[in-house]
Design a protein around this ligand. Structure first.
Ligand SMILES: Nc1ncnc2c1ncn2[C@@H]1O[C@H](COP(=O)(O)OP(=O)(O)OP(=O)(O)O)[C@@H](O)[C@H]1O
Ligand SMILES: [Mg+2]
Length: 176
């Protein structure tokens, strides 16, 4: 058995008459960070969406932790494979409300300590908790999106160009 977190066998995906993914075979190893590189429009986001049931392949097999994707209940699949999308969708309201969303949908509450910890993990200050998401910058929204994906402690985490709005500035140098 392959030590794969996700495995693709001959996966084909067509949407609205456009053949987006053609006979994709390969795997993302377990316990590793894998980067998927390809030009714009190559189908990276589409491939990710197939992995947690946001979209469905037309043919071929996808295995998550060696189990066929069709054998997962949709809610279990979504919790197993966390996905933070390129354009994070936020509901109108506070950072805390958005962070708690995956649990609210299950009828559960997010503990304040966990909320603070998750914000810290992604580098957002605790004071942001009560801020409205409409006031966040693109990068801050992406950070919140990652934190929100972590709420369900997914076994597989897919980050779709999640750093596209995050700029890393070179550290300041002395003035000479
Ligand atoms: N629902 C859809 N219906 C029709 N075409 C689609 C749909 N979703 C994606 N596509 C097309 O499929 C192709 C792959 O799109 P996708 O978003 O997966 O690319 P990508 O590799 O993530 O690109 P980028 O690097 O720009 O994010 C594109 O040509 C896109 O226009
Ligand atoms: Mg994309």
């Amino acid at each position: 058995m392959t030590k794969a977190a996700i495995e693709f066998k001959d996966v084909d995906y067509t949407a609205n008459g456009i053949h987006i993914l053609k006979r994709i075979t390969g795997f993302f190893p377990k316990g590793k960070i894998t980067t998927l590189v390809g030009p714009s429009g190559a189908g990276k986001s589409s491939l990710f969406k197939l992995c947690n049931g946001l979209q469905t392949a037309n043919s071929g097999q996808i295995y998550i932790n060696n189990k066929l994707i069709e054998q997962y209940a949709p809610t279990v699949l979504r919790r197993t494979v966390g996905i933070a999308l390129q354009e994070a969708t936020m509901i109108n309201g506070s950072v805390e409300k958005n962070l708690a969303l995956p649990l609210t949908l299950k009828g559960e509450k997010l503990h304040k300590e966990l909320a603070i910890e998750l914000l810290k993990v992604v580098g957002l200050k605790e004071s942001y908790m009560s801020r409205n998401t409409q006031e966040l910058s693109g990068g801050q929204r992406q950070k919140l999106s990652i934190a929100r994906t972590l709420v369900n402690k997914p076994q597989v985490l897919l980050l779709d160009e999640i750093t596209s709005y995050l700029t890393v500035y070179p550290s300041r140098t002395s003035k000479n």
